[in-house]
Design a protein around this ligand. Structure first.
Ligand SMILES: C[S@@+](CC[C@H](N)C(=O)[O-])C[C@H]1O[C@@H](n2cnc3c(N)ncnc32)[C@H](O)[C@@H]1O
Length: 468
């Protein structure tokens, strides 16, 4: 019966709530229907795109009644661009749903007793909060239905973001509300310059074209890093583009480029060329300085990162005599942030360049009680490693979205540190790991933090203590 539902239109469904990953839920004849880009309280007609035995997925094709919680999206790219998908929902409600998402995942997956989930810490900035954006050049600009129907010719070169689930289509961005002015200026002026000078935009199918990717990183101290990735080793054009940026934007503190001839835009294995300035920018937090290199991870909402780290430090409850392990330390930001309150902090992370930054950051800040090691967590956190270092009193862990490898969780259970502070950008995998840790640990505090307004993403910090 379900497959037959495909393309069927279900009329007048009321959107009830938002479930995980930002999908809204309605019901049809007792079955769950997931709908994108709507708001709870909307009454909509839904065309079914996927019919399974236990649920259906669909798109809203007509809205009969708009939810009272809707607000006017502020961005002209809303609905096409993959970012900021929750602009149509007021911020207070976004926060309510994010907190609910944490609760749902813990009830559904962790299935361990938890205290009441604390009120979520909202972000003071709900626009222009990111310190890093990544734009793609393409000769295959996404055209809207109206543009196609108009029969007119349009410029097909674009510089912007990928259309969700379409690797080869790019929406040309005029203004992005995620990063400050310099970001919009650099992107738009570079695109205009390239168009005027006939410098080719990348063709993702043919894998050719000079301009490939643009990354802009900013700091609260006013520093800017711009990285241009070129898809061809075209020295004359590269020089032209980089000179343009250097002349037009004297405030760029770190102007870099990469010649990337690989099939994808990742550049962790590519050589970085410095065109002007230094190959890092400096962020500051509580009087500490953090150097951020082109390949280093740094939390993308700097101001909320400070809130997140304060929660983490508070949960760690350091008195000054503890050995702290900071797992998945990135550039050692949390490790260095808590170091003054601990006897020793050991940070582990697999990106070697990030570990070099972490060491440098400790040095720059005069912190002498930190040690950093590069390697895959499951291979690093071994009996030998523990016997060579002091056993941890507190473990801070902040893994990527996939959560911790099972071997790492097993090691944490073996280590029996009195406290684990688990920071996560994915409450589903966090809940999975907490379920395993539940063998020896209890959940004392659950604190969601919003790092990404206008999206369904939520960060969550959990304090686990060893059961007595
Ligand atoms: C969410 S970030 C945390 C960064 C850091 N705690 C911070 O706040 O800046 C996760 C980090 O885990 C690292 N990572 C991912 N998988 C890893 C693995 N298997 N072993 C070690 N580190 C890993 C990533 O490179 C990334 O720096």
């Amino acid at each position: 019966m379900s497959r037959k539902m495909k393309n069927k239109v279900l009329e007048n469904l009321t959107i009830e709530r938002i479930a995980s990953e930002g999908k809204s839920i309605a019901h049809y004849e007792g079955k769950v229907v997931f709908v994108q880009q709507v708001a709870p309280g909307d009454v909509v007609d839904v065309r079914i795109t996927k019919g399974k035995s236990s649920f259906m997925e669909g798109e809203a094709i007509k809205i009969h009644k708009y939810s009272n919680d809707r607000v006017e999206p502020f961005c002209s790219h809303f609905g096409v661009c993959g970012g900021c998908k929750w602009q149509h929902i007021n911020y207070d409600l976004q926060l309510t749903y994010k907190r609910q998402q944490v609760l749902d995942q813990f009830q559904r997956i962790a299935k361990v007793p938890i205290p009441e989930v604390k009120p979520i810490i909202g972000s003071a900035k709900t626009q222009y909060y990111r310190n890093k954006l990544d734009f793609t050049f393409s000769n295959n600009r996404w055209l809207t239905r109206e543009e196609i129907n108009s029969g007119k010719e349009f410029e097909r070169n674009a510089l912007g973001f990928h259309i969700p689930k379409r690797f080869d289509k790019i929406v040309d961005i005029e203004h992005c509300y995620l990063q400050g002015d310099i970001s919009n200026d650099v992107r738009n002026e570079l695109r205009d310059f390239a168009l005027k000078n006939n410098i080719s935009f990348f063709d993702m199918i043919k894998q050719e074209g000079v301009l490939r990717n643009l990354i802009i990183r900013t700091t609260s101290t006013g520093e800017t890093m711009v990285i241009v990735q070129f898809g061809e080793d075209a020295s004359e054009e590269i020089q032209k583009v980089m000179e343009f940026l250097a002349d037009r934007f004297p405030n760029i503190t770190s102007l870099l480029y990469i010649i990337n001839l690989k099939k994808n835009e990742t550049f962790h294995d590519q050589e970085i060329h410095i065109f002007r300035g230094r190959d890092y920018i400096i962020e500051q937090m509580e009087g500490l300085e953090f150097r951020i290199g082109p390949k280093s991870f740094y939390q993308t909402n700097s101001e909320q990162a400070y809130e997140l780290y304060k929660v983490t430090r508070e949960f760690a409850g350091l008195q000054g005599n503890e050995v702290v392990y900071d797992l998945y330390t990135g550039t050692g930001t949390i490790a260095n942030f808590v170091a003054k309150k601990a006897k020793q902090v050991i940070g582990i992370e697999y990106v070697e360049a990030a570990i070099e930054d972490a060491k440098l950051n400790a040095k720059v800040n005069g912190l002498e009680n930190t040690l950093f090691y590069a390697g895959d967590m499951k291979d690093m956190l071994t009996d030998e490693f523990i016997s060579e270092h002091a056993a941890p009193d507190v473990i801070i862990t902040d893994p990527p979205r996939a959560g911790m490898h099972e071997d790492v969780v097993k090691m944490l259970l073996k280590l029996e540190a009195p406290k684990i502070v688990y920071v996560s950008c994915n409450p589903a995998t966090q809940a999975r790991d907490v379920a395993l840790l539940g063998e020896k640990y209890q959940v004392d505090i659950v604190q969601p933090v919003d790092m990404f307004p206008q999206t369904y993403h939520v960060e969550n910090v959990v304090l686990l203590t060893l059961k007595k």
